[in-house]
Design a protein around this ligand. Sequence first.
Ligand code: F6P
Length: 358
Amino acid sequence: MLRIGMLTSGGDCQALNATMRGVVRGIKTLIGDEFEIYGFIDGYKGLVYGNYRKMKYNDFAGIFNKGGTILGTSRMPFKEIDIPTADGVDKVKAMNENYKKLKLDALVVLGGNGSQKTANRLSEEGLNVIGLPKTIDNDIYGTDVTFGFQSAIDVATRCIDNIYTTAESHSRIFVIEIMGHKVGWIALHAGIAGGADAILLPEIPYDIKKVYKAIEKTQKEGKKAIIIAVAEGAIPKEVAKLPKKERKAVLANSTYPSVSYELADKIRAKFDSDVRVAVPGHTQRGGSPDAYDKVLSSRFGAKAAELIRDKDFGKLVVMKNNLVDAIPLAESAGKLKVIDPDDQLVKSAKDLGICFGD
Ligand code: F6P
């Protein structure tokens, strides 16, 4: 009997269940019926405390289209991995012991950057780990795309589309804040897809004067709706230039709830226009996966099953040039995939007249 541990860790996304379903279907097809899944509750916490559900193939039926995660999730920051829990449990030791106590053959970790760092650590400890790259942010190094990303783009784009019509009716300027943590992948894609006039990204610090200019130009052209898609991690040029410590302090001391409100205030002070903010927030992570993500999750799930069958552990499933592959967890762990300001997509957007504030 094959015994597989599985957990979902970090912020959720639309395609976690779809990916778990893919893994389980792949195992059944490639390896056979003799397997049990030990689903750890609420991410690594479940592995630390030995809190799990023993699951069968059928427990993963009917969840393809269901967002969130049937296992629950939580964040366990990697930087705190060697700090005991509040009740004094040594996390790495406990995870190791629980894995062995349950006689697991492998542990499948569906998680983002931090979670994959922990997966790599457990792999270094000798556990048979397979990572699956989950995050709406698309910032996992080594894969062209993560599951959740495309669905989040769809939600963010729909949000911009909806705002567009009302902005047009009222001749308003809208600053729309898009998730993405430290990177601007969702904002870049949704901004283009939503017809934004400006897209502001963490990777391309913006000069507010350039944003003003873009607004002026767009208003002069007679466009009634002005849309600024701002990534939640976007940063003005003058702040980006500061040494890391000072920059952190400036951002931490801001009195605004988030970047979009500060930006909207600046624009409001400069223009005789009605300026509004829209923050789609966690709607970008919620609901069902889109068709692209369902296909991607299925492909990733099948690859994870293949790795389990081949006992090829310590790997992260990735997509490279439209082909599913696997790379050592260590190759990706600790690195962030950011947008290259010279990326062709950025260039195309600029060629369409979209302002990046640089
Ligand atoms: O990593 C996914 C993400 O949604 C980021 O885009 C965002 O910055 C963060 O999680 C929000 O986290 P939380 O749900 O813990 O507030």
